[in-house]
Design a protein around this ligand. Structure first.
Ligand SMILES: [Zn+2]
Length: 251
């Protein structure tokens, strides 16, 4: 498999309207920066500097990773996410954040490290919570301001410094829709590469308060029975989608 990325896009080939990962032949002459870290099963692996280089290849295009994950075979999705995150790790850690020295790959650990202060540079993974809040047989669904008009989901938010995840759940739900929740329970988790999150899923029950939107973030929110769900997340691969399906199956 050949994986060449540009930020949150991936080089794919298009033939007869079908998108696929490119063959080695198709990308043989393409100028890209190879990944320092090898990935099993990936032959050509790196990132583009210059997207204009692609203009000379009529069958190749840069495809948004979210879209690519929807069209790739399910068996490849986690490896493509991992590869894109390895590239993201290398691009965002070219210099040591502590002393400013250029980082190098430590082949023993497959990690970037700093020759100046001799520290390993760990990948930055941002924990975030996502929560299915129920009130009886209804689920809290919301539309963030940046969602497309047909897209709805359950609430999610990044963990702040010093918080445990249950506190993130309570704070984010209260900030975004003004209600308090109780009985917070772990549901499952998913690595999510937009941009580098570990999504930790919880269920919770409505405790008190009226829905009051934070209009700087949210366009709409409400409790919906399973046959009234107003819209879906943008991809069925997301933990949000699986949690909504789980709610539907249990109610
Ligand atoms: Zn350093």
């Amino acid at each position: 498999m050949n994986l060449i990325f540009k930020d949150q896009h991936i080089v794919m080939s298009r033939q007869d309207e079908l998108l696929a990962l490119p063959s080695g032949e198709q990308v043989a002459d393409l100028e890209y920066t190879p990944s320092l870290i090898a990935e099993p099963g990936v032959t050509i692996f790196g990132f583009l500097h210059d997207t204009e280089a692609l203009l000379a290849y009529p069958n190749l295009e840069l495809v948004n990773l979210r879209h690519a994950l929807n069209v790739l075979p399910d068996t490849l999705v986690s490896q493509v996410i991992r590869a894109q995150q390895l590239i993201h790790y290398q691009i965002t850690n070219r210099y040591c954040g502590r002393c400013g020295e250029k980082t190098v790959l430590n082949p023993a650990t497959n990690r970037l490290s700093c020759p100046g202060c001799r520290g390993d540079v760990y990948p930055q993974i941002a924990p975030a919570m996502i929560v299915a809040v129920t009130k009886g047989d209804k689920l809290l669904m919301a539309q963030a301001n940046h969602f497309a008009p047909t897209m709805w989901s359950i609430l999610a938010g990044f963990c702040e410094i010093g918080e445990n995840l249950e506190e993130t759940v309570e704070r984010e739900v209260f900030e975004e829709v003004g209600i308090k929740v109780k009985n917070i329970r772990y549901w499952g988790s998913q690595y999510w590469p937009f941009p580098n999150s570990l999504m930790v899923g919880f269920t919770a029950e409505y405790a008190e308060g009226e829905i009051k939107l934070d209009h700087s973030e949210m366009r709409a929110a409400g409790f919906y029975a399973k046959d009234e769900i107003p819209g879906r997340p943008s991809t069925s691969l997301s933990i949000a989608s699986r949690m909504i399906d789980d709610f539907i199956a249990k109610n």
